[in-house]
Write a new protein. Structure first.
Length: 170
């Protein structure tokens, strides 16, 4: 006598295999999502540095409270989940920075480390001045900003800026 269909044992084995595969896929999906957040934040930061250079080269209009516009840049602080785009005004040789925008990193990403010439600092301003644009790294020749995941600080992305204004992602 011929019977069509599956036995209970066969159905249980297939259900178990599908369940295990689903668990593995979901676990890897979360890890990939966090990694994507880190990559996205590092590209956004590099893009904002380039945007500051472009604003400086075109000398986009900014109404300084007093004095004249010197250039544009970004302020970084270690441990923060954001950074600030700033305009720098020159008031009789004294610089005054005005925040244009606070940029939030992706959720779960923070600024792990800031280095100027391989020496760690807690905060740093990077500014660009016309006409070249000239790059101000607070007296340094190169800076690196390292972003990491809050959940795993060993997973990082590094953005570098050198004195000539070259911005690179590592």
């Amino acid at each position: 006598m011929k019977k069509d269909g599956f036995t209970l044992t066969e159905l249980l084995v297939i259900t178990t295999i599908i369940s295990l595969m689903s668990i593995l896929v979901l676990a890897n999906y979360r890890a990939g999502e966090r990694q994507f957040s880190l990559v996205s934040s590092s590209h956004k930061l590099a893009q904002d540095l380039r945007r500051s250079q472009e604003k400086t080269m075109s000398m986009r209009q900014f109404n300084c409270p007093a004095g004249k516009l010197k250039g544009y840049g970004i302020r970084f602080q270690q441990g923060n989940e954001s950074y600030h785009l700033n305009a720098r005004c020159d008031i009789d040789g004294v610089f005054q920075d005005s925040s244009l925008e606070e940029v939030l990193l992706e959720p779960g990403v923070l600024i792990k480390e800031i280095k100027r010439d391989a020496v760690q600092v807690s905060a740093l301003d990077v500014f660009f001045y016309p006409p070249d644009p000239q790059t101000d790294l607070e007296g340094g020749n190169q800076i690196t900003i390292t972003l990491c995941l809050e959940e795993d600080i060993q997973i990082t992305k590094t953005i570098s800026v050198n004195k000539s204004g070259l911005i690179s992602l590592e």
